[in-house]
Design a protein around this ligand. Structure first.
Ligand SMILES: [Zn+2]
Length: 447
């Protein structure tokens, strides 16, 4: 039952996003355009003659004033604290994580196990460990939604004042986003599944990264057109694609890094076409699937409404129960297709193209009942065309991982299990049924 309810929510979200979020936009309360305010009347007065060290209060004030002007926000400057690298490491390894580890050891995390089955997560690693490793070394500053403050990590050997000014401006944008619409609130409202979470990261990181570049330009008197933003972010996207493809845990790399490239690239495309008003509008009216962000602003018309999957299996192997229902989305699909670890046969560009043909999905993880720790999963996908579905089926077959793939037109179901003995009976009995719950939910939503 719980799995079905989740399924209905998942599909509803997909529909909402693909039909342009009708009815939802007004709820965010930030669709009004911000007019430049008095502190921004004379932009040239905000320029400073040279890069400044962000540990200094005067530098922080200059960066904040410029950020607020670029964003046309009324927000107040958040408190800023400066800590040493050693303090930062200490905070990262705080007692809270030890407690987490104890809880996780108690049971097998079937979500992690399913990712390992798809070769998206390194063996012997869990997601939280991998995410933590991914974030620890590179951070120069961060915004805490809990404390509503910005922390700067004072790295003595870091000579990159320019990069650190951008980072501070980026964190200030997060603080202003939080004042505007509530970061946690928006996450709570729109994060129905993994794909939505990635899409929301595109929104918040995309805006913060774009505005940070513009802020730096304002501070150093560089006009926006001289920043070559689209080229700059397109190069970043290319670098991130390679990074994902070579990462030991492609799922973690895709989820943690892709939006820092595709998010700002989308925003830069909007900024080039529609200026700051377009960027403001995007903050209120935003894509909720990663495929839309990845495809970019110029392809936004291509993603029309999709119906729920027509063929779907919901039963696990005999003696298994549904553990989680989710949507991984096109970003993770790209990781799957391009990764050296999965044995993906694709060049980056072809993997990207095929991932952009993602149209609908349901991902279900099953856990064996009782003391048995086995995991099974069904990854059900619809592609834009039958040819694209064929292509995915062939690629997944090539990976030779003991998966079974059943195709029905544009849709495929990939079955995988840690216990190979369950496969045969499971596949034989797997039925293909349209998703009634989702259809009903969609009909309700139309009323
Ligand atoms: Zn950020």
């Amino acid at each position: 039952m719980a799995a079905d309810r989740l399924a209905a929510r998942v599909v509803l979200t997909g529909l909402a996003s693909l039909t342009g979020l009708t009815g939802l936009t007004g709820l965010t309360g930030c669709s009004d355009r911000h007019e430049p305010t008095h502190y921004c009347d004379d932009e040239s007065s905000l320029a400073i003659g040279a890069d400044c060290p962000i540990g200094l209060e005067s530098c922080q004030t200059a960066v904040f004033d410029a950020t607020r002007c670029v964003r046309r926000s009324d927000g107040e400057s958040p408190p800023v604290r400066v800590i040493t690298e050693a303090q930062y490491d200490e905070e990262l390894e705080g007692p809270a994580q030890d407690a987490d580890a104890g809880v996780e050891d108690a049971r097998v995390d079937h979500w992690d196990e399913a990712l390992r089955l798809l070769r998206l997560l390194e063996p012997e690693t869990d997601r939280s460990e991998a995410f933590q490793e991914e974030s620890s070394s590179r951070v120069a500053a961060y915004y805490s939604g809990f404390y509503r403050d910005v922390t700067i990590i004072d790295r003595q050997d870091d000579g990159d004042a320019e990069g650190r000014m951008r980072t501070l401006a980026h964190e200030y944008v997060h603080a202003l986003q939080d004042t505007d619409f509530g970061l946690a609130e928006r996450r709570g409202r729109f994060s129905y599944d993994d794909d939505n979470i990635i899409a929301l990261s595109h929104l918040t990181e995309g805006e913060a990264t774009l505005r940070a570049e513009l802020t730096y330009g304002l501070l150093r008197s560089i006009p926006p057109e001289s920043l070559h933003l689209e080229d700059h972010f397109a190069r970043r996207v290319a670098g991130i694609k390679s990074y994902v493809a070579s990462h030991a845990s492609p799922y973690v790399a895709a989820k943690r890094s892709l939006h820092y490239g595709t998010g700002p690239l989308y925003f830069a495309q909007v900024f080039a076409a529609e200026g700051s008003d377009g960027v403001d509008d995007l903050m209120a009216w935003f894509p909720l699937t990663s495929v839309q962000w990845m495809a970019g602003y110029h392809a936004r018309e291509l993603y029309a409404a999709e119906q729920p999957l027509q063929c779907r299996s919901r039963e696990g192997p005999d003696g298994y129960s549904a553990y989680a229902t989710d949507v991984l989305g096109a970003a993770v699909l790209f990781a799957f297709l391009s990764s050296e670890r999965t044995g993906g046969r694709y060049e980056l560009a072809s993997a990207w193209d095929l991932a952009l043909a993602w149209r609908a999905e349901q991902y279900i993880v099953f856990a064996a009942d009782g003391d048995d720790d086995h995991t099974a999963l069904i990854w059900q996908l619809r592609f834009a065309t039958e040819d694209r579905a064929d292509e995915f089926g062939a690629a997944a077959d090539d990976m030779n991982a003991g998966w079974t793939i059943l195709q029905d037109g544009r849709e495929l179901r990939l079955f995988a299990a840690t216990d190979p003995d369950v496969m045969e009976t499971w596949i034989d009995e797997a039925r293909c049924e349209p998703d009634r719950a989702a259809d009903e939910a969609a009909a309700d939503a139309d009323d």
